[in-house]
Design a protein around this ligand. Structure first.
Ligand SMILES: [Zn+2]
Length: 145
């Protein structure tokens, strides 16, 4: 079982992990297709409707930056005819990274230079700054109410 290395229950690890000195690429697939259509909510037969390769950043492993390469599938609902990309509960879609990586960047950005955080996880400094700002804004809001 290679899946233990991830600890993300919605993915399975497909192939041997590719790595060099700094980076690790893990090819993954979702464990199960969606059970129902997110548009009409019906449990029905969903047709495959294309796919695309997506890289999702995750927490570093052994100090190496981790990218999950997912062949993300698109489905079409037989009932209402709408198409949709499979949903990923552990992924922050706007940033193409796992939610746990986002949380880790938020925490690290409070006490480390943004460039250092960026380098260690494989994003640019601007992304870290934006995450920090969003996080700081949220904290302020919590404080006020
Ligand atoms: Zn539907």
């Amino acid at each position: 079982m290679k899946d233990f290395i991830l600890g993300l229950s919605e993915f399975i690890v497909l192939e041997d992990i590719q790595e060099n000195e700094k980076d690790m690429l893990i090819i993954v697939e979702t464990k199960s297709p969606p059970l129902s259509c997110p548009h009409c909510g019906r449990r029905t037969k969903l047709y495959k409707h294309g796919s695309r390769i997506q890289i999702i950043l995750d927490l570093p492993i052994r100090l190496k930056r981790v990218g999950l390469q997912l062949n993300r599938k698109r489905y079409k609902c037989r009932e209402c005819g709408s198409t949709f990309w499979e949903r990923l509960s552990s992924v922050e879609e706007k940033r193409s990274m796992t939610k746990r990586l986002l949380k880790s960047i938020e925490e690290q950005s409070l006490f480390k230079p943004f460039t250092e955080v960026a380098e260690s996880v494989g994003v640019d400094e601007k992304t870290v700054r934006n995450i920090f700002k969003n996080c700081a804004v949220l904290k302020k809001r919590e404080y006020h109410y």
